[in-house]
Design a protein around this ligand. Structure first.
Ligand SMILES: Nc1ncnc2c1ncn2[C@@H]1O[C@H](COP(=O)(O)OP(=O)(O)O)[C@@H](O)[C@H]1O
Ligand code: SF4
Ligand SMILES: [Mg+2]
Length: 323
């Protein structure tokens, strides 16, 4: 298999939290707590889990917006912590991001053409004419007409704004896009259009995606492989078809059960998993999922399970029910 575009090993981010009147005593928010994954060229890795499980912190570590407490991130075989100067610039060109809310990520006072040109102006020495040409080309790639270039973000619908954010992410020689809940704020019909557009762009350009979401149906649709994250840890990972056909970890199963379409008369429009995600400040002992797990056994509150190969060889799972 080709070398991964991105390889994350033992990635950890603990945020210090001072408490007490004099700031004495230190507690740690274990947002990301030893995560491994790899993303290959042209591949989409889905990262799924409920809110507060450490998905955005993982993306911030990759985007160099946070510094890891431990662990490593390698891009095309090179550890990114050692990059500086031209190599750091090249990394920032190659790895781009699209956030959930295009309203906050697109400057309201900038025209579309300037929003898309910005990364080119910062990270390249292209001439103005070449930049203008590139802006037109990426607008075309995401299905927008060139005449939208002089408009402002508020003149677009949510879906179109997300297309602009994707165009911006593609403007440089992008090899990986971190998509952090990119369709969560959009209507269901628009969601499908954006997902199809992303898939089309991947087929055309060979770009890789880290697709972060909490909606299993969407993540499963777009991803080649899926990693399920709970309280800072990957609890199961497998290729998308295997995971959907046979989820093994009770948390993955609970995510699937919550994703089942509800009855039209169901007063609860969105099903959720029983119980709340505990605070990352006070992690449960043993298996972090044990207070919510319908299959919990006595060993579960005492011993933390480690990732082991699934019995069908299709990935890994961390649960005492197996092995
Ligand atoms: N800068 C920070 N300082 C302290 N805690 C943080 C910080 N950023 C995130 N957290 C905490 O880390 C945990 C994971 O957050 P996050 O990565 O945003 O999760 P997700 O994207 O999966 O919802 C949460 O408990 C959150 O409150
Ligand atoms: S280790 Fe135990 S508590 Fe954790 S998911 Fe498996 S059965 Fe449930
Ligand atoms: Mg998040």
């Amino acid at each position: 298999m080709a070398e991964p575009v991105l390889e994350v090993r033992g990635l950890t981010k603990h945020f210090p939290l001072r408490h007490g009147l004099l700031g004495r005593g230190r507690a740690w928010v274990k947002a990301v707590d030893g995560v491994d994954f790899a993303i290959h060229p042209g591949e989409t890795l889905g990262l799924i889990g409920e809110s507060g499980c450490g998905k955005t912190t993982t993306s911030k570590l990759i985007l160099l917006q946070e510094t890891p407490t431990a662990g490593s991130i390698a891009f095309e075989g090179r550890d990114i912590s050692g990059l500086h100067g031209a190599e750091l610039m090249a990394y920032r060109r190659a790895v781009q991001v699209v956030f959930q809310d295009p309203f906050s990520s697109l400057s309201p006072r900038m025209r579309v053409e300037d929003i898309i040109a910005e990364p080119l102006e910062i990270h390249t020495d292209l001439s103005r004419a070449a930049i203008r040409e590139r802006v037109g080309a990426v607008l075309d790639l995401v299905g927008l007409q060139p005449d939208v270039a002089p408009l402002f973000p508020h003149e677009f619908s949510g879906g179109q704004r997300q297309r602009i954010a994707i165009a911006r992410a593609l403007a440089t020689d992008t090899r990986l896009i971190v998509l952090d809940e990119p369709v969560s704020a959009l209507d269901v019909s628009v969601r499908a259009q954006i997902i199809n557009q992303l898939e089309h762009l991947q087929r055309t350009l060979g770009v890789s995606y880290l697709f972060i979401g909490h909606d299993l149906a969407t993540v499963a649709h777009i991803s080649h492989r899926i990693a399920v994250m709970y309280l800072g840890k990957i609890v199961e990972s497998a290729d998308s078809d295997t995971l959907c056909a046979r989820p093994m970890h009770p948390y993955t199963k609970a995510l699937f059960a919550a994703a089942l379409p509800s009855h039209p008369d169901d007063p609860q429009p969105e099903r959720t998993i029983a119980g709340e995600v505990p605070s990352a400040l006070r992690l449960p002992s043993g298996c972090r999922f044990h207070p919510r797990c319908p299959a919990a056994m006595s060993v579960c509150s005492e011993v933390e399970p480690t990732l082991q190969p699934r019995d069908d060889g299709g990935g890994v799972v961390a649960c005492h029910l197996y092995g």
